[in-house]
Write a protein that binds this ligand. Sequence first.
Ligand SMILES: C[S@@+](CC[C@H](N)C(=O)[O-])C[C@H]1O[C@@H](n2cnc3c(N)ncnc32)[C@H](O)[C@@H]1O
Length: 245
Amino acid sequence: MQPEFWRESWELGGTKTSFHRPDIHPFVRAYTPDYFLRGQRVLVPLCGKDNALMWFRDRAAHVVGIELVSKAIEQFFQEHNLAYRKTADGRYEAEGITIFNRNIFEMTPAEIGRVDLVYDRAALVALPEDLRQLYRQKIDEFMHIASKCLLITLEFQPYLGATPPFSITPEEVQSYYSDRYIIDHVEKQEQPEHRMVQKFNLDFLKEHGFFLTKTAEKKTKNFFYSWQFRTPLKERSIISELEKC
Ligand SMILES: C[S@@+](CC[C@H](N)C(=O)[O-])C[C@H]1O[C@@H](n2cnc3c(N)ncnc32)[C@H](O)[C@@H]1O
């Protein structure tokens, strides 16, 4: 996608930015609880004005966003009533949060600093196949051994053409990350009510959640991460109800 595509999207707003959620994504609430985020540095690539930035800011040691379009960043700070400082090199700074107004492909690990958790929602799926490969390498440069990534993808049929979002199957996620990452496929939700199903007359749409953990070397199989991260949301709410009895 050319930068102009995204600038125009943010300029036009409305349906052009309908990827923006007014809430915190339920996978964020479920998989990044307070104790998990304590002391962590979180990176949100292609962050838009995602409200999850506030979730991380309020719980983690620091959150770093990367966003091409300054309008999105300024809307984020205004909507959350956060006073910010803008540096000459295009950084927006406020307590607990830094957002780089930059193209992710031009950024270095030294600029971003330590990254313990990456939150990718509507980032990988926003990029066409050629850029996805570069993006995956970029994210890998930013992550240290044992850092984690909460990745949310969409899988749908039929193909919608060359504009985002792009459908990504779990097999494709495997092909991007399985060389260096333990991949835990923690959520797979059929979403017949998703706005895209009606809008594009889709046959189906599934939302997937993955927890990736970077390993030192090529690994061959997944192993148990924790019961909490392996039990899908629906079953976990049933378990919590049972625990109350
Ligand atoms: C589909 S939106 C998702 C925003 C956010 N992750 C969310 O869930 O609301 C993708 C965002 O990435 C930004 N973007 C696209 N290409 C980028 C790049 N190369 N570097 C930085 N940001 C980029 C766009 O401006 C847009 O705000």
